[in-house]
Design a binder for this molecule. Structure first.
Ligand code: ATP
Length: 505
């Protein structure tokens, strides 16, 4: 085969041994890999951690940036009628009255009637599970854990949690009694004090935003007028959101501080359902374009009786996580609910004037809302493979190369000056275009394995043969094939490989 001006030299381990491949079975595998390789750490780990908050390490932050970069590109670069914004996390408190969050963004709490102590219903159940484990009742503990993890799927979250407490006869830690109120709702928004005010004055309370969407709605007029976009057009934003989640125990799947990527698409009423259907298709194709296997993605429509108060239609894109099919993205027809509410609460008309039809109306909104952290988790889960090779296990992350934290590994075959110098020059040149890592420590086999585990798609090895004709070998992470490539063609070669990559089934 003739490639980039040089005869390629194939060596394919797969020709010798067909590897046995195992898929991911448990989220724990990803949690362990994340910590071991520096993708994601528990936040404030040295102090025992802060529940449901996480820090991204060196590989994790690169992955996260690539995932958010792809989304930003898909929205604001590929659509000339979608504008980006970056709104503040702290917003005027009236925003959350208008949006309905102050009144109805809740989760369940329970009170002990005897001691008058108030508990988080999920915490009581967690303590009960820990006790079962201590007593060696592992199967029972697992069953209750499963009920807790799936609370909210049988009935409402409050009712399901209450039922577990009743069925398990969980007693109050304070009084030892079994005399509970029903589970009631608790607002999920984090409150904080605004400005140097000593009192608990209601006027000084602000919230950490529980979703990024409202930052878009309140800027609807600003963006429309400054960008001079005509309807239909969209506004996109990536940013932090905060929710004091009651059941938050599934790694970065459910966090108290997380990032959302949301786009609100403003349309003329009457055209909303067509836009909704179009965005459904576009969004699932986007995930496939990021290398996620289509067979691991599905739509789940919200039944009409379970629609949020603002929605006319809603669907989740779900991914088959090791914890089951779970939401990764929501697509909602929010009607004119938000703009109308903000008009009413602010006294400012949030309308659009259509000069052609000479009419004024409040646009309808189609929302696409995807979690950045959940997306990263999905990429890790979908990419994870264990392959048995000659009695050894190769752990490899076969993610789309465009998302890989490190695109190219550069490895001098051995630590000799001539090879190191050429390798360093290649690292420097390629780093203009890609994230490159130089690694000269340990055997080549061990170095390949390290890069495999971090998801690095291409390893460039500098050897003595190549010094003579200015070539290197490039090893492909997925196939383990090696090709000899001219150094001058490396960048194009890698670009072409990234462009033509397709996921394995
Ligand atoms: P869930 O039903 O899982 O609680 P939701 O329906 O409340 O999610 P939305 O409000 O629609 O979620 O938020 C949009 C997206 O934001 C979700 O699809 C998810 O990817 C992400 N997301 C929501 N809550 C969290 C969280 N606590 N941690 C991480 N990501 C989250």
């Amino acid at each position: 085969m003739y490639l980039f001006g040089i005869n390629s030299n194939f060596f394919n381990i797969n020709d010798l041994h067909q590897p046995y491949m195992a898929e991911l079975k448990s989220l724990d595998t990803i949690i362990t890999l994340s910590k071991r390789r520096g993708f994601i750490f528990q936040s404030s780990e040295i102090y025992g951690g802060l529940a449901a908050t996480y820090d991204y390490g060196p590989l994790g932050v690169e992955l996260k940036r690539r995932v958010s970069g792809e989304w930003w590109k898909a929205m604001t670069q590929k659509h000339d009628n979608i504008e980006g914004i970056d709104a503040a996390i702290l917003m005027h408190p009236k925003t959350w009255e208008a949006s309905g969050h102050v009144a109805s963004f809740n989760d369940p709490m329970i009170d002990d009637k005897v001691s008058k102590m108030r508990y988080r219903a999920d915490h009581l159940i967690e303590m009960h599970i820990a006790k079962l484990e201590e007593k060696g009742e592992k199967d029972k503990a697992d069953t209750v854990q499963h009920l807790l993890d799936t609370a909210g799927t049988r009935s409402t979250m409050a009712k399901d949690l209450y039922q577990i407490i009743l069925d398990e006869q969980i007693k109050s830690p304070a009084s030892g009694s079994f005399d509970w109120t029903e589970v009631r709702q608790f607002n999920l928004m984090f409150k904080t004090q605004f400005g140097a005010v000593a009192s608990n004055d209601e006027d000084s309370i602000v919230y950490l935003r529980p979703e990024t969407a409202q930052g878009i709605f309140v800027n609807f007029l600003n963006v429309q007028q400054t960008s001079r976009q005509a309807i239909p057009f969209g506004i996109a934003q990536i940013g932090k959101a905060f929710r004091n989640e009651i059941v938050a125990r599934q790694f970065v799947f459910r966090m108290r501080e997380f990032e959302q990527m949301e786009m609100q698409y403003f349309v003329k009423p009457g055209t909303d359902m067509d836009a909704y259907e179009a965005w459904k298709e576009e969004r699932i194709n986007y995930h496939v374009g990021n290398g996620i296997r289509r067979s691991n993605l599905r739509f789940m429509d919200h039944p009409h009786d379970k629609l949020a108060h603002y929605a006319k239609a809603a669907v989740d894109i779900q991914y088959k996580f090791p914890i089951g099919w779970q939401e990764i993205e929501g697509i909602h027809n929010r009607t004119d609910f938000d703009l109308s509410q903000h008009s009413q609460f602010s006294g400012k008309k949030m309308e659009y004037f259509d000069p052609q039809a000479n009419e004024r109306y409040t646009p309808y909104v189609i929302e696409t809302s995807v979690g950045l952290d959940r997306s990263c988790l999905m990429v890790l889960c979908d990419a994870y493979r264990e392959e048995e090779l000659e009695g050894e296990t190769r752990v490899v992350l076969k993610m789309h190369p465009k998302l890989a934290p490190v695109t190219v590994g550069v490895l001098p075959l051995i630590k000799k000056d001539e090879l190191m110098q050429v390798g360093e020059k290649i690292r420097k040149d390629l780093s203009e275009s890609f994230k490159v890592q130089f690694d000269e420590k340990g055997s080549v086999g061990k170095r390949y394995r390290r890069f495999d585990e971090g998801g690095t798609p291409y390893c460039v090895t500098v050897d003595f043969d190549g010094l003579a004709d200015n070539t290197v070998t490039v090893r492909d992470r997925d196939t383990m094939q090696q090709e000899r490539v001219g150094v001058d063609h490396l960048e194009n070669y890698i670009r072409t490989k990234i462009k033509n990559w397709t996921p394995e089934d």
